[in-house]
Design a protein around this ligand. Structure first.
Ligand code: HEC
Ligand code: HEC
Ligand code: HEC
Length: 101
Protein backbone atom coordinates (compact mmCIF):
# COMPACT_ATOMS: atom_id res chain seq x y z
CA UNK A 1 0.00 0.00 0.00
CA UNK A 2 2.80 2.42 0.90
CA UNK A 3 4.73 1.50 -2.25
CA UNK A 4 1.68 2.08 -4.39
CA UNK A 5 1.18 5.51 -2.83
CA UNK A 6 4.83 6.34 -3.39
CA UNK A 7 4.74 5.24 -7.02
CA UNK A 8 1.55 7.21 -7.57
CA UNK A 9 3.05 10.32 -5.98
CA UNK A 10 6.18 10.10 -8.13
CA UNK A 11 4.09 9.46 -11.23
CA UNK A 12 1.84 12.46 -10.58
CA UNK A 13 4.85 14.66 -9.76
CA UNK A 14 6.59 13.68 -13.03
CA UNK A 15 3.44 14.18 -15.07
CA UNK A 16 3.07 17.62 -13.54
CA UNK A 17 6.68 18.64 -14.23
CA UNK A 18 6.36 17.31 -17.76
CA UNK A 19 3.31 19.37 -18.55
CA UNK A 20 4.66 22.47 -16.81
CA UNK A 21 7.49 22.45 -19.37
CA UNK A 22 5.63 21.10 -22.38
CA UNK A 23 2.63 23.42 -22.36
CA UNK A 24 4.44 26.73 -22.83
CA UNK A 25 7.07 25.18 -25.11
CA UNK A 26 4.40 23.63 -27.32
CA UNK A 27 2.23 26.71 -27.15
CA UNK A 28 1.50 28.85 -30.14
CA UNK A 29 0.78 32.58 -30.02
CA UNK A 30 -1.35 33.85 -32.85
CA UNK A 31 -1.08 37.41 -34.13
CA UNK A 32 -3.99 38.30 -36.32
CA UNK A 33 -3.17 41.08 -38.70
CA UNK A 34 -5.47 41.99 -41.55
CA UNK A 35 -3.16 43.33 -44.26
CA UNK A 36 -0.40 40.69 -44.32
CA UNK A 37 -2.27 37.71 -42.93
CA UNK A 38 -1.87 36.14 -39.53
CA UNK A 39 1.43 35.21 -37.92
CA UNK A 40 1.69 32.11 -35.80
CA UNK A 41 4.57 31.95 -33.36
CA UNK A 42 5.17 28.27 -32.63
CA UNK A 43 6.92 27.56 -29.34
CA UNK A 44 7.80 24.03 -30.41
CA UNK A 45 9.61 25.11 -33.60
CA UNK A 46 11.73 27.41 -31.46
CA UNK A 47 12.29 24.93 -28.65
CA UNK A 48 13.39 22.34 -31.24
CA UNK A 49 16.13 24.78 -32.30
CA UNK A 50 17.49 24.57 -28.77
CA UNK A 51 16.10 27.89 -27.56
CA UNK A 52 15.33 28.13 -23.84
CA UNK A 53 12.72 30.25 -22.11
CA UNK A 54 15.30 32.78 -20.97
CA UNK A 55 16.66 33.26 -24.49
CA UNK A 56 13.42 35.19 -25.07
CA UNK A 57 11.88 35.90 -21.66
CA UNK A 58 11.92 38.47 -20.48
CA UNK A 59 14.67 40.41 -22.22
CA UNK A 60 13.02 40.21 -25.66
CA UNK A 61 9.37 39.42 -24.87
CA UNK A 62 7.23 39.61 -21.74
CA UNK A 63 5.45 36.39 -20.77
CA UNK A 64 2.18 37.64 -22.15
CA UNK A 65 0.77 38.45 -25.53
CA UNK A 66 1.45 42.02 -26.60
CA UNK A 67 1.26 44.00 -29.80
CA UNK A 68 4.30 43.57 -32.02
CA UNK A 69 5.31 46.08 -34.66
CA UNK A 70 7.03 45.39 -37.95
CA UNK A 71 8.92 48.69 -37.65
CA UNK A 72 10.47 47.52 -34.35
CA UNK A 73 11.40 44.15 -35.87
CA UNK A 74 13.07 45.88 -38.81
CA UNK A 75 15.23 47.69 -36.23
CA UNK A 76 16.34 44.38 -34.75
CA UNK A 77 13.88 44.22 -31.87
CA UNK A 78 11.18 41.65 -30.97
CA UNK A 79 11.24 38.80 -33.55
CA UNK A 80 13.93 40.77 -35.43
CA UNK A 81 16.38 40.18 -32.56
CA UNK A 82 17.04 36.79 -34.14
CA UNK A 83 15.26 37.07 -37.48
CA UNK A 84 17.97 39.35 -38.87
CA UNK A 85 19.43 37.11 -41.58
CA UNK A 86 22.16 35.91 -39.22
CA UNK A 87 20.65 33.89 -36.39
CA UNK A 88 17.53 33.10 -38.45
CA UNK A 89 15.86 34.15 -41.72
CA UNK A 90 15.39 37.90 -42.03
CA UNK A 91 12.24 39.91 -41.32
CA UNK A 92 13.25 42.08 -44.26
CA UNK A 93 12.99 39.28 -46.82
CA UNK A 94 11.03 36.17 -46.11
CA UNK A 95 7.66 37.77 -45.30
CA UNK A 96 5.75 34.63 -46.23
CA UNK A 97 7.58 32.45 -43.71
CA UNK A 98 5.75 34.30 -40.93
CA UNK A 99 2.74 35.87 -42.63
CA UNK A 100 0.28 33.19 -43.69
CA UNK A 101 -2.97 33.71 -45.46
C1 HEC B 1 12.09 32.10 -29.42
C2 HEC B 1 11.51 32.91 -28.36
C3 HEC B 1 10.72 32.27 -27.25
C4 HEC B 1 11.07 31.21 -26.45
C5 HEC B 1 12.33 30.36 -26.51
C6 HEC B 1 10.00 31.07 -25.48
N1 HEC B 1 9.02 32.00 -25.71
FE1 HEC B 1 7.35 32.31 -24.59
N2 HEC B 1 6.73 33.73 -25.90
C7 HEC B 1 7.45 34.18 -26.98
C8 HEC B 1 6.68 35.19 -27.69
C9 HEC B 1 7.10 35.91 -28.97
C10 HEC B 1 5.49 35.36 -26.97
C11 HEC B 1 4.39 36.40 -27.27
C12 HEC B 1 4.93 37.72 -26.70
C13 HEC B 1 4.24 38.96 -27.16
O1 HEC B 1 3.17 38.90 -27.77
O2 HEC B 1 4.82 40.04 -26.90
C14 HEC B 1 5.55 34.43 -25.84
C15 HEC B 1 4.55 34.29 -24.89
C16 HEC B 1 4.64 33.46 -23.79
C17 HEC B 1 3.61 33.34 -22.78
C18 HEC B 1 2.27 34.07 -22.77
C19 HEC B 1 1.32 33.41 -23.73
C20 HEC B 1 0.02 34.15 -23.89
O3 HEC B 1 -0.82 33.64 -24.67
O4 HEC B 1 -0.18 35.22 -23.28
C21 HEC B 1 4.06 32.44 -21.85
C22 HEC B 1 3.35 31.96 -20.60
C23 HEC B 1 5.37 31.98 -22.31
N3 HEC B 1 5.69 32.63 -23.47
C24 HEC B 1 6.15 31.07 -21.63
C25 HEC B 1 7.32 30.52 -22.14
C26 HEC B 1 8.07 29.44 -21.49
C27 HEC B 1 7.70 28.80 -20.15
C28 HEC B 1 9.12 29.15 -22.30
C29 HEC B 1 10.17 28.05 -22.15
C30 HEC B 1 9.62 26.71 -22.08
C31 HEC B 1 9.04 30.06 -23.45
N4 HEC B 1 7.94 30.86 -23.30
C32 HEC B 1 9.98 30.11 -24.48
C33 HEC B 1 8.71 33.77 -27.36
C34 HEC B 1 9.42 32.74 -26.79
C1 HEC C 1 15.82 33.95 -29.77
C2 HEC C 1 15.78 33.94 -31.22
C3 HEC C 1 14.43 33.98 -31.93
C4 HEC C 1 13.38 34.84 -31.73
C5 HEC C 1 13.29 35.97 -30.73
C6 HEC C 1 12.35 34.48 -32.69
N1 HEC C 1 12.78 33.45 -33.46
FE1 HEC C 1 11.73 32.52 -34.95
N2 HEC C 1 13.28 31.23 -35.26
C7 HEC C 1 14.49 31.28 -34.62
C8 HEC C 1 15.38 30.26 -35.16
C9 HEC C 1 16.82 29.99 -34.74
C10 HEC C 1 14.63 29.59 -36.15
C11 HEC C 1 15.09 28.45 -37.06
C12 HEC C 1 16.11 28.93 -38.05
C13 HEC C 1 15.50 29.50 -39.30
O1 HEC C 1 14.45 29.03 -39.72
O2 HEC C 1 16.11 30.45 -39.90
C14 HEC C 1 13.31 30.22 -36.19
C15 HEC C 1 12.29 29.84 -37.03
C16 HEC C 1 11.08 30.50 -37.15
C17 HEC C 1 10.04 30.16 -38.10
C18 HEC C 1 10.14 29.07 -39.12
C19 HEC C 1 9.25 27.92 -38.83
C20 HEC C 1 9.36 26.93 -39.97
O3 HEC C 1 8.41 26.90 -40.76
O4 HEC C 1 10.37 26.26 -40.06
C21 HEC C 1 9.02 31.06 -37.93
C22 HEC C 1 7.71 31.13 -38.69
C23 HEC C 1 9.42 31.96 -36.86
N3 HEC C 1 10.67 31.59 -36.41
C24 HEC C 1 8.66 33.01 -36.42
C25 HEC C 1 9.02 33.87 -35.37
C26 HEC C 1 8.20 34.97 -34.90
C27 HEC C 1 6.84 35.35 -35.46
C28 HEC C 1 8.88 35.55 -33.88
C29 HEC C 1 8.45 36.71 -33.01
C30 HEC C 1 7.11 36.61 -32.41
C31 HEC C 1 10.15 34.82 -33.72
N4 HEC C 1 10.18 33.82 -34.64
C32 HEC C 1 11.13 35.11 -32.80
C33 HEC C 1 14.85 32.13 -33.61
C34 HEC C 1 14.06 33.11 -33.05
C1 HEC D 1 9.88 36.62 -38.18
C2 HEC D 1 8.50 36.78 -38.59
C3 HEC D 1 8.13 37.91 -39.53
C4 HEC D 1 8.63 38.18 -40.78
C5 HEC D 1 9.72 37.44 -41.54
C6 HEC D 1 7.90 39.32 -41.28
N1 HEC D 1 6.95 39.72 -40.36
FE1 HEC D 1 5.60 41.27 -40.57
N2 HEC D 1 4.88 40.90 -38.68
C7 HEC D 1 5.28 39.87 -37.85
C8 HEC D 1 4.51 39.93 -36.62
C9 HEC D 1 4.66 38.98 -35.44
C10 HEC D 1 3.62 41.03 -36.75
C11 HEC D 1 2.57 41.50 -35.74
C12 HEC D 1 1.26 41.01 -36.26
C13 HEC D 1 0.07 41.43 -35.44
O1 HEC D 1 0.22 41.98 -34.35
O2 HEC D 1 -1.05 41.19 -35.92
C14 HEC D 1 3.87 41.61 -38.06
C15 HEC D 1 3.17 42.70 -38.59
C16 HEC D 1 3.28 43.17 -39.88
C17 HEC D 1 2.45 44.21 -40.45
C18 HEC D 1 1.32 44.93 -39.73
C19 HEC D 1 1.62 46.36 -39.39
C20 HEC D 1 2.90 46.58 -38.60
O3 HEC D 1 3.75 47.36 -39.07
O4 HEC D 1 3.10 45.97 -37.53
C21 HEC D 1 2.87 44.41 -41.74
C22 HEC D 1 2.34 45.38 -42.77
C23 HEC D 1 3.99 43.48 -41.97
N3 HEC D 1 4.21 42.74 -40.81
C24 HEC D 1 4.69 43.36 -43.15
C25 HEC D 1 5.78 42.50 -43.36
C26 HEC D 1 6.56 42.45 -44.60
C27 HEC D 1 6.29 43.30 -45.85
C28 HEC D 1 7.53 41.50 -44.40
C29 HEC D 1 8.66 41.09 -45.33
C30 HEC D 1 9.49 42.17 -45.90
C31 HEC D 1 7.35 40.94 -43.06
N4 HEC D 1 6.28 41.58 -42.46
C32 HEC D 1 8.12 39.92 -42.53
C33 HEC D 1 6.27 38.93 -38.13
C34 HEC D 1 7.06 38.87 -39.28
Amino acid sequence: MRIVTLILTVFIALAFVGSALAVPAGKTVEFKDGAMGKVIFDGKVHADKGLKCNDCHTKIFPMKKTELKMSEMNEGKECGTCHNGEKAFSVKKDCGKCHKK
